[in-house]
Design a protein around this ligand. Structure first.
Ligand SMILES: [Zn+2]
Length: 511
């Protein structure tokens, strides 16, 4: 009897699982089109000599390989301190960099060396629904056009395996570049919804500046950059201790001293690093070129030494992505929307961007500038506000200026479909993001920033409660630290408050 019951129950469970899925024509009628996650840079690992005994994972490099490749730097640094022989140190440094990353370089047409390959992605089972995502990764070095064709094959495979005619997509970071190229090549038929999360849709200034040889290390930016990553650490206690140490060393002038040393090293080695490593490795890499914003693009070709004869094929490929895809990002997204695809853009802000370039003051999520991820927002510099007499640039019936007066969304390509999350670190999500994206995915209609009480256009990221709340007026540094400590109480935020308090006193005493 017990056995019979078990069989009976198993049958019910099995039927419940199978029944809504496949009708007679092989189509699934569950009403939940599959979701594809178009992943970020580094999603597809890149291998040297795959399948041979010399196989090495070039990207992301394994920690032991990095340690082995860069081990010679330790004695070289010692020598540098003793003899200040920058050339000798440069020789060792460049050897290390080229050993580790040299094989990633593409040929003059922007194609990989034959012995450097990347894993291929295919959907592995038919599981789908709001809880599941198919994972599409790719070789970040490749022309986004090449990856967009692969994404197309992947979408077709997902439709086939699940018995659906349409899909939903979430693109993260570089995944947005691939998806934008896809829209250019294939349009948006069969795509219900696309969420772009922290995507360099119009590039990122760090690529634009490095491709123009602009290097700049700012001490305060470096400190903010390091502190900005801490709330996303697994250990709240460790993060709290680290912020205290970082701030104490800052007040004691230790960072400024180290930066002075770094400045001398950079001044002595910058040209060699560009000429002997960065340019040879990255000049012909179309994937990274897709990150170069329009204002940097043409001058970057000169700086990176692209030659109209030697690199004619490459230049044609780069220009195609740049002028037909990136420069037309807004048009491509609007066309997809007109075609019935729901488009959502999520951009982070108020994070210190990579502190190595002159554009370190750009508002960003730490990696991608807010203006480029949002396709056109007008942003104040990091830590600053729009001028007090600033008026919304594009007249509309809604107010598109953030309550903290940092962002004017009225200049965005899609102001009604673009959300801004304050203090969201690049592509770092929690349950709150999942819940938000779920609401967007579940709507058949295109939602706007005015539709959702719970998700206003400008949201404060709350990593402690894994949720969001409405952005408020911006206070002083101390007031902001106080707000964080009360609304997102954690050891880290309390230590940040104490540390900010002592820094204010310190500043006051030092005049
Ligand atoms: Zn289904």
């Amino acid at each position: 009897m017990k056995k019979l019951l078990t069989v009976f129950l198993s049958l019910i469970i099995a039927c419940a699982g199978i029944l809504p899925c496949f009708a007679d024509d092989g189509k699934c009628d569950c009403g939940q089109s599959p979701i594809i996650y178009v992943a970020a840079l580094g999603s597809g690992y890149v291998f040297l000599d795959a399948g041979t005994e010399n196989e090495k994972q070039l990207f992301r490099p394994e920690t032991e390989d990095i340690l082995a490749d860069f081990a010679p730097l330790v004695p070289a640094a010692g020598e540098l301190l003793l003899h200040a022989d920058y050339d000798a140190f440069g020789d060792v440094l460049l050897d290390c960099v080229n050993k580790s990353f040299g094989p990633l370089a593409m040929d003059n047409e922007g194609n990989s060396q034959p012995n450097v390959t990347s894993e291929e992605f295919h959907p592995e089972n038919a599981d789908h629904g709001i809880e599941y995502s198919y994972y599409f990764g790719y070789d970040f070095r490749e022309d986004p056009i090449v990856n967009a064709h692969k994404l197309h094959d992947y979408i077709e495979e997902v439709k086939e395996i699940t018995g659906h005619d349409s899909v939903r997509m979430r693109a993260s970071s570089m995944g947005g570049v691939t998806t934008l190229a896809y829209l250019n090549l294939y349009g948006s038929d069969g795509i219900e919804t696309i969420i772009f999360q922290n995507c360099p849709l119009q590039g990122t200034a760090v690529a634009g500046e490095l491709y123009n040889g602009k290097l700049h290390i700012d001490k305060d930016a470096l400190v903010r950059y390091a502190s900005g990553a801490l709330p996303s650490m697994d250990s709240d206690i460790l993060a709290g201790i680290l912020i205290t140490i970082i701030d104490m060393l800052d007040s004691a002038g230790v960072w400024a001293g180290l930066l002075d040393i770094a400045d001398v090293i950079v001044a002595n080695l910058k040209d060699r690093v560009f000429d002997e490593a960065l340019i040879p490795i990255f000049a012909t890499m179309p994937g990274i070129w897709s990150f170069v914003p329009d204002e940097y693009y043409e001058t970057a070709k000169d700086f990176m030494g692209l030659d109209p004869q030697t690199h004619s094929v490459l230049l044609e490929r780069l220009d195609y992505y740049h002028y037909e895809v990136q420069s037309k990002a807004g048009e491509l997204l609007k066309a997809a929307q007109t075609n019935g695809t729901n488009i959502y853009i999520v951009a982070g802000y108020n994070m210190q961007r990579t502190p190595l370039v002159e554009a370190y003051m750009n508002n960003s999520d730490g990696t991608v500038d807010t203006q480029y991820a949002s396709v056109g927002a007008t942003c104040a510099y990091i830590g600053e506000k729009l001028p007090s007499d600033y008026k919304q640039a594009v007249k509309a019936e809604y107010n598109y200026i953030s309550p903290d007066r940092v962002i004017d969304a009225s200049t965005c390509a899609l102001p009604e479909q673009t959300w801004f999350i304050k203090d969201m670190l690049h592509s770092t999500c929690h349950d709150g993001h999942d819940a938000f994206y779920r609401v967007l995915f579940e709507s058949k209609e295109q939602l706007t920033v005015h539709d959702l009480e719970e998700y206003p256009q400008f949201m404060q990221n709350d990593t402690v409660h894994q949720s969001f709340y409405r952005v408020e007026r911006q206070g002083t540094e101390l007031e902001e630290a106080m707000k964080d400590a009360t609304q997102q109480t954690s050891f880290f935020n309390i230590m940040k408050l104490i540390s900010t308090f002592f820094k204010s006193i310190w500043k006051f005493l030092m005049g």
